[in-house]
Design a protein around this ligand. Sequence first.
Ligand code: HEC
Ligand code: HEC
Length: 333
Amino acid sequence: MKKLTLTFLVFMLLFLGVSCSDNSDDTNQNSDSPTLVEFNKPKGFPNVVIPEDNPQTVEGIKLGRMLYYDRILDKDSSRACASCHLQNLSFSSPGAGRDVMAHVNMAWQSQWLWDGKVEGTLEEVMIFEAKDFFEANLDRLRNHPTYPDLFEDAFGTDKITYQACANALAQFTRTMVSFNSKYDKFLSGQAQFSESEERGYDLFYSEKGDCFHCHGNALLTDRVFHNTGVDPALIDIGLGAVTGKVEDFGKFKTPTLRNIEMSAPYMHDGRFQTLEEVLDFYNAGGGFGTNVDPLMRPLGLDEQDKSDLIAFLKTFTDSTFLTNPKFANPFEE
Ligand code: HEC
Ligand code: HEC
């Protein structure tokens, strides 16, 4: 209880810190060095390593948030990150091709994309996003009336590089932490589960349901790659395309189940529209094919078990995350 109150206080202080500096921005431009912001790891979460050369700062997070929502980063200005990564859908959205991955608790990740094509820090994947995916035309930022000052505020130099863009994006997305779902409150004794949720919880963490082997712990992902046999045709070979190893064919990154209720459709190819379909898939023993993970086997869940599991999965929904004004579009404030 006490620790939670403390966490809350720290967050309030952070929040005040952000608003104060926002207010002083106009009068204070370029005069101060960036204001450090502490990264507060929620209780029970693994440790986070933040690169020493890119500490979290009020100014860096603010700039990253603007870049995330601004189409200026895109080569032809047709999209912003937030065009596909929508806050109310846990920063995902339905789309064709590879399913749009949610942006939640990315501070704890180090292998990126469904197939692990990019490895490293959040900064490193953001370089990939800004440079290779968006092919950002940096001159547009350099010639912009306000961005050069914002980069100066954030990094002490108005030199606009892919690295600086990536650093800002990494700082902002590192703040997207979800730790306030009913599941978290249940774990800390602040909420009670319904009977159905409780049964779902037991199934999830039992050998019968067997979800916990890959989706256990606070992050609800083991952060590695498995072949669950989603696509027996192997249209997309996933990790295999990156490593070239036959045993990696069909393996994809285990996605977090945080806010899973909001991030339909499901799986790397978005083939399932509902959680019911996902559970039918697991209940039948996953998919076919070589290399399918030995954990995949028929589960023998009845209708009641399935609806209990779904009730439990919905306790991962964190409305404070989905509506947090600090993650919202800064241009609509
Ligand atoms: C056109 C839609 C679209 C836009 C715009 C978009 N993304 Fe994505 N994002 C995706 C898809 C689809 C994936 C999964 C791709 C894959 O695995 O190959 C993804 C995955 C990611 C991941 C990997 C997450 C993880 O857990 O591995 C990151 C990081 C990311 N996007 C950041 C960004 C950033 C930053 C921007 C803006 C610079 C952006 N995205 C713009 C569709 C989009
Ligand atoms: C062997 C590891 C493993 C086990 C066991 C497992 N999962 Fe998964 N889960 C994965 C992987 C890997 C994916 C992504 C597969 C893909 O897209 O090809 C996934 C995807 C999902 C998705 C879709 C997520 C998204 O964002 O699209 C849901 C929901 C899900 N699992 C729930 C469960 C539940 C509930 C159980 C228990 C009944 C379970 N999983 C058991 C590894 C596992």
